[in-house]
Ligand binder design. Structure first.
Ligand code: EPU
Length: 338
């Protein structure tokens, strides 16, 4: 394990922001991580732990220990008549795990195809897309407690998953590093095509009895059609969460904005697509300096090349203020801003 000094983090964040970390280390085994936690007193240090760096906006040089998690491996650890339990190490690329499960016709992850990032980051914010969240197939995870270096297990209930939320973003924030995640997948997949766009894509292809490979392919096609590939255009997916507002506010806004989409959550709340709100404020496809809101999905902020993190952050603040002024709705970032 080598600790480097003054390393550019540009290759390690999908926004492609060029800032330096004063210290940088790549971790390849759980034991190395335990040593880093205890012998190097990681809990006392300023630290930035990351896998794919796909949910991160770096606004300044990082004075502390940047820890790139490179733990690899995907294994079937158990099976019965109906299910398989797959354990993936946290440094595995998320989409590789999805492809692996689809190849074996083990159902549950196919709607989550092509989400950027690594396995270890997935439970942090309960990643979700096209009607599915990882909490639906999540069995358990193992994490290192930074202060003690001990390996600790978290069950599904203990993770307290919510919409882009978990215990690791709240009460246990900065206390654990996830090292592996186990999913319970099904041998007799139940297809979930409740999300309109998947159904439309399958219809267009004339597929009436889709396999999970068909669903995965459809999701890949939809994502590619409106979400920019960070390799071509720096971004971190949805920049904001979709806000949940009171039903009464939604109904009063509908009077002046009859096309406003909304999805009920519980009995008294409505989730409104932040992309729609941002588009209505005129930001969609608009370029400001080296940054802007993407032309096909307003919720995605992009780096056209050479943007600083602060430039993107300022745009995010402007968008937040404008949405608040026009609709009285506060939108909050999904991305971690450092
Ligand atoms: N919309 C607009 N203009 C836009 C974008 C969206 O009007 O520029 C409206 C449309 O009415 C559309 C609705 O918003 O029907 C929903 O849009 P979309 O299906 O693209 O989904 P989203 O709510 O914007 C969420 C997730 C995505 C996930 C998709 C698909 C959040 C914050 N984002 O986006 O996740 O892929 O649903 O399930 O919940 C991510 O988290 O990085 C991410 C990409």
């Amino acid at each position: 394990m080598v600790i480097y000094q003054n390393i550019s983090l540009k290759p390690y964040n999908t926004f492609g922001i060029d800032v330096n970390a004063s210290h940088f280390v790549r971790v390849n085994t759980v034991e190395e991580l335990q040593v880093l936690c205890t012998a190097f007193n990681l809990s006392e240090r300023n630290k930035l732990v990351f896998g794919g760096g796909s949910n991160l906006l770096l606004t300044k040089d990082f004075d502390g220990m940047a820890v790139k998690i490179d733990l690899k491996g995907i294994d079937k650890i158990k099976e019965d008549e109906e299910h398989v339990w797959i354990k993936a190490m946290s440094g595995e690329v998320w989409h590789h795990l999805v492809l692996y499960s689809v190849e074996h016709n083990w159902g549950g992850l196919e709607n989550l195809s092509l989400i950027p990032g690594c396995v270890g980051a997935a439970p942090m914010q309960n990643i979700g897309a096209y009607g599915v969240e990882i909490k639906d197939t999540f069995e358990e995870l193992f994490a290192i407690e930074i202060e003690s270096g001990k390996l600790v297990k978290f069950t599904n209930a203990e993770c307290k998953f919510g919409y882009r939320e978990s215990v690791f973003k709240n009460e246990e924030k900065n206390k654990f590093i996830i090292v592996s995640v186990t999913f319970k997948l099904t041998k007799n997949p139940k297809i979930n095509i409740s999300y309109g766009a998947i159904q439309e894509t399958l219809n267009k292809k004339g597929i009436t009895q889709p396999s999970i490979k068909d669903v995965s392919d459809a999701v890949i096609e939809i994502r590619k059609s409106k979400l920019p590939d960070p390799k071509d255009l720096g971004n971190s997916g949805s920049f904001f969460k979709n806000p949940e507002i009171e039903l009464s506010l939604y109904e009063s806004l509908k009077v002046n904005h009859p096309t406003m989409p909304g999805y009920p959550v519980g009995s008294n709340k409505i989730k409104v697509p932040a992309g729609w709100l941002i588009e209505q404020c005129g930001f969609k496809g608009k370029r400001i300096g080296n940054t802007g809101s993407h032309k096909d999905q307003a919720l995605v902020l992009v780096n056209y090349g050479g943007a600083t993190g602060n430039e993107i952050y300022q745009l995010a603040l402007t968008i937040q203020e404008t949405v608040k002024e026009k609709f009285g709705i506060q939108i909050t970032p999904e991305v971690n801003i450092l």
